[in-house]
Design a protein around this ligand. Structure first.
Ligand code: NAD
Length: 354
């Protein structure tokens, strides 16, 4: 049976970059079925809610979701807050689809080396992925409160063995099946009890993945090493807040926000787990409609979808190679210092699919 993908282009540059990702997907996997649905401000304008029931139902009935971006000045101040695209669409999608693992790769293509603020260090080329736990930790733990006098505030960091085990398995699966078999678990085990539990559970999980080299690193050291020698990393596995910070730091490596794909997965990865794939950038209202958005983050998100949800790693590599070749040929959008339009960048990727 053909795989079915829910396509949610969303707002601003979302539809522009998703159009290019679909051209590429249709070229490499013509049997996959794509069904479009409304999300974000576009959905609010059409039917009065940023996440219509039909959209959520389509996502749940699909093998994966490909999302553009949501939001924009027209909707970002809507009341009630639950009508705003990010609050009313993205957060419920993540929750309803139980997306607990967030994957953000950061890779520096050789042809973009001079656009990155980070230089390859002693370990050589930069190609890493941050696997971040997305639904636990200090962002969700209770109690979260202020004392009645307003003078003291409390946030609570909570992790259970079950939560750590399932994200550790995602990290190890990715490290062993799709990467270079090195996993760095990042924590603050010299201070935090939750980090010490992470070390225990991650060490146990490692026994089931003997091909993966495991190391532990304190988060402050990792933040420094990402700047000093980012090529040393393959898979960085970490909890919610550390992952939030480190993945933004790593994001700078690739030279532009328009280069960064992301995936959010539900179940441990066996080549076919349900996931939502989206560029890391937003709807970029400042350039929407001008035809200059960089489509690479969306195209690379589509490649991740083939790798992690559709069990098509060869096709994913074909797309990634085509992106690399098109950049080497100079088919770069203005955010990368080039003059290519969104569709010209898409043309170059298509041509290089081989
Ligand atoms: P943004 O990511 O949309 O844009 C930040 C800057 O990066 C802008 O200058 C933009 O032009 C540029 N940029 C982003 N993507 C680009 C691309 N593909 N090619 C070239 N340049 C690109 O962030 P923002 O301006 O803070 O937010 C704009 C809207 O997007 C807001 O409504 C925000 O709520 C929403 N947003 C949505 C998501 C999402 O859907 N996941 C994520 C972040 C922000």
């Amino acid at each position: 049976m053909s795989s079915k993908i829910a396509v949610l282009p969303g707002d601003g540059i979302g539809p522009e970059v998703i159009a290019q990702a679909l051209r590429v997907l249709e070229a490499v996997c013509p049997s996959v079925v794509f069904e479009h649905a409304l999300v974000g401000g576009a959905a609010y304008d059409a039917v009065g809610t940023p996440l219509p029931d039909e959209t959520l139902a389509l996502c749940k009935a699909s093998d994966a979701v490909l999302l553009g971006a949501v939001g924009g000045p027209k909707w970002d101040k809507l009341e009630p807050v639950s009508m705003r695209p990010e609050v009313g669409a993205l957060l419920p999608l993540r929750k309803e689809l139980n997306l607990f693992a967030n994957l953000r790769p950061a890779r520096l293509f050789a042809s973009l080396a001079d656009r990155s603020p980070v230089k390859p260090g002693p370990s050589g080329p930069i190609d890493l992925i941050v696997v971040r736990e997305l639904t636990g930790g200090i962002y969700f733990g209770q109690p979260r409160t202020r004392t009645p006098d307003g003078e003291t505030a409390v946030d609570t960091c909570v992790y259970s063995r079950t939560e750590i085990k399932r994200i550790a398995e995602v990290g190890f699966e990715i490290a062993s099946h799709t990467r270079r078999r090195k996993l760095t678990c990042v924590d603050k085990a010299n201070v935090l009890e939750t980090s010490r539990l992470w070390r225990e559970v991650v060490s146990d999980a490692a026994a089931r993945f003997p091909s993966v080299a495991l190391e532990f690193m304190l988060v402050d050291n990792c933040a420094m090493q990402l700047v000093r020698d980012p090529g040393q990393f393959d898979v960085i596995l970490t909890e919610n807040m550390f992952g939030d910070i480190l993945s933004d730091e790593a994001a700078q490596i690739s030279g532009s926000l328009g280069m960064l794909p992301s995936a959010s997965l539900t179940t441990p990865n066996q080549g076919r787990s349900f996931g939502m794939y989206e560029p890391s950038h937003g709807s970029a209202p400042d350039i929407a409609g001008k035809g200059v958005a960089n489509p690479i983050a969306a195209v690379m998100s589509a490649a991740m979808m083939l790798r992690y949800s559709l069990g098509m790693p060869t096709e994913a590599e074909r797309i990634e190679r085509a992106v690399e070749l098109s950049l080497r040929e100079g088919a770069a959008t203005p955010d990368l210092g080039g003059t290519a339009s969104t569709s010209q960048a898409g043309d170059a990727i298509l041509k290089n699919l081989g």
